[in-house]
Design a protein around this ligand. Sequence first.
Ligand code: GTP
Ligand code: MG
Length: 399
Amino acid sequence: MQDNSMRSDLLTESGSSYEECITNIRRKYGKDYEVIRKREVSPSGILGIFKKPSYEIVYVLLPMEPKKTFTSSFEVEQKRILEDNKKVLNPQIKLILDEVQALRAEMGEHTSVNTSVEHESILKIESLLEKNEFSTSYIRKMSDKIRREYSLDRLDNFEGVQTSVVDWIGESVQIRKKKVEKKPSVIILVGPTGVGKTTTVAKLAANLVFPSQLNNQQQKEVRIITIDRYRIAAKEQIEIYGNHMGVPVSSAESAEDLEKLMTMYGSSVDYILIDTIGFSPKDYENIAKMRKILDLHGADTEVFLTVSATTKSSDLREIMQQYEIFSYSSLIVTKLDETGCVGNIISVLSEKNKSVAYFTTGQKVPRDLEIANPIRLLTRLDDFKINRDRIEEKFSIEK
Ligand SMILES: Nc1nc2c(ncn2[C@@H]2O[C@H](COP(=O)(O)OP(=O)(O)OP(=O)(O)O)[C@@H](O)[C@H]2O)c(=O)[nH]1
Ligand SMILES: [Mg+2]
């Protein structure tokens, strides 16, 4: 048995299908692994055209408790100290220690029994979730929920289990609750570089200025402010959109500038949309500076963290953590059109207990913007059987 408590190297498994690769990985290492990449490999060469494509999964082993049968040097040492101590300890403590050891052995047995009798339906669901790039902890929570809610004989009905899991995934997506609007409502978009903040500000502006679902078909008075002082092109980019929509665009370089603009607009406008510069989540200094500029005392502000749906779970966690200083209320998930997998987004939103406000689904302004809804994510799940009527009835947003 190998010790994989410290491993983080990338490993590769190949097979004729995704399921075959997963079965092989599980046979070797159990469930303590996380899929990093998966892809279909087309056979090369002239003869290759007659062969079926194969599958390749790149994965890492997660740190785990050493298996029961494996005794690390640490455990040997621990046992030795325990034995030594027992010799000199008084009988009462010795009794307690013996009991602890017995309990430990029993717990070990129970864990091994549990993992060996996993029901086929649960295994199938886990494999489906992995394929959709849900995080390991999200998958664990789902399997636990199935075990809790389903008796052994009901588990045989895979279709039934699958329907419940789709419902639970939908329920785990929190949608931003609309606030009571004040005049002006200030909306600030923050987030990493290139995720689509400026484009989304333009889309939001257009959907507020012209009658749409966003403004209940009532035209609103809108202003745009950009904090992008370094890049001329960035200001031009938003000005072009502004001109098209008849929305004035101003730029602010400091907290004072911003304050002045806000006072000037006052309650004569309905919405002030603020576009900010994107920073890498590692650029903590600049993120903090931006936070200072945006200190809007008293204004009715709502900060949205903008992230791209193509970001992998571990990066999403870091971004959400680093932008926490903005006290963002909710997320905007962009570029949903660019990814086939939505498990990463659903997992991290649920882990961090954050809601989502909007999705963007392409480069077209103003068309490719929608109010977030679990249905959009559920219909993007790969290989899950989705009952469209059911989820539409269950998750359509109240008008
Ligand atoms: N496919 C796709 N592309 C998008 C979407 N939203 C924005 N883009 C594209 O992403 C690129 C970057 O968009 P920007 O709006 O400039 O991104 P940004 O976050 O303002 O970037 P910085 O200001 O540099 O941080 C542009 O080419 C956009 O057209 C989307 O929903 N789907
Ligand atoms: Mg921008």
